[in-house]
Design a protein around this ligand. Sequence first.
Ligand code: UDP
Ligand code: MN
Length: 382
Amino acid sequence: MMPTHMRFRRRSFLGLIFLFSLSTSALYFIYSAPGIVNEYLFMVQARGIQIRENVKYMGAQVLEQVVRSAYNVNSTDYTYEFNSSETDVPSTPYLPEGFTYKPDQVCPEKLPSMKGKMKVNMSEIALEEVERLLTKADPSVSLGGHWKPHDCLPRWKVAILVPFRDRHEHLPILFRHLIPALQRQRLQFGFYVIEQAGTEPFNRAMLFNVGFKEAMKDLNWDCVIFHDVDHILENDRNYYGCGDMPRHFAVKLNKYSYMLPYEEFFGGVSGLTVEQYRKINGFPNAFWGWGGEDDDLWNRVQFAGYKVSRPRGDTGRYMSIPHHHRGEVQFLGRYKLLRRSKERQSLDGLNNLNYSPLVSRRSLYTNVSVSLSRDLAPITDY
Ligand code: UDP
Ligand code: MN
């Protein structure tokens, strides 16, 4: 039999190996799978919030019952709706079913065709099949995914910008849901898929700046939507027009348990008028890899004196198409840049960006392929 002290040593050695592999895999996840880590951390946090909310809610109900029974002398009680939430109550009603449009008048914002909750179908489908289905349903979709209503004048001319690299299976799923919803919203729209070529880390923000400049060469858009390819809206009352204030559309994501991860969250799907976007000098170009660029946009919007608006209640629900982070790296320098959002705003953005794109028109979108590198957006010292 082995002496006890040796058994102990052998075990602690195995323990060390175990701890080592645990910490390396933890590092691996933090560095190269940031999406998974953030989702997990958020889920843990969200569970905590939900439990706390439930406890608070039950406590409030019990108190309510106690107080009510104490005052309820003549036993004529009123019915009380416990589950109603103020934010779910629409401010103005939607127009009735038989509403007739006038071709020379601006389309209303709350149309009877906007029914609310939509069916989401995440199954893969070929792009050609979606093209076929959509043009069959409405033959007036033209090259570049351009469309405008025929029975009224569009309230907004909206350019939808989608940053893209190697997510081919996502695009048709996005179009299948978004195009019919935008048609029901009677918006004029066009789609721009801005594809990053080359081998540099992905730069979502810079792609949006490129997309903005390219789209503006086409048409005098007045509203621009910045749309992740994997975000599928669940409610067609989530109106993709712009407003006095920059808007955050993707408020409740299934991957974040349908809760806003933090108040300053501005990711997924957001939209600004062309004027607002120019005023904030667009997105920053300096965020290479995953994360931070949306927070910087939030900062820019605040510094310009805007206050972000959001759809109420369940209107802002989205499902995201599950995906891997193949070879994507987290941008660890983001915290440093975010501390300097204000100083960088006038130096890095629409105004210091050069690029040479390859533009091609497809039936449902305009493809802008662009190779990105740091020297395309030189930034003077600050
Ligand atoms: N994206 C892409 N290819 C990539 C990385 C990102 O097309 O390799 C685009 C895509 O539109 C995606 C968005 O950038 O929806 C945000 O990136 P990602 O989905 O990786 O972020 P996460 O969902 O983890 O926040
Ligand atoms: Mn995603």
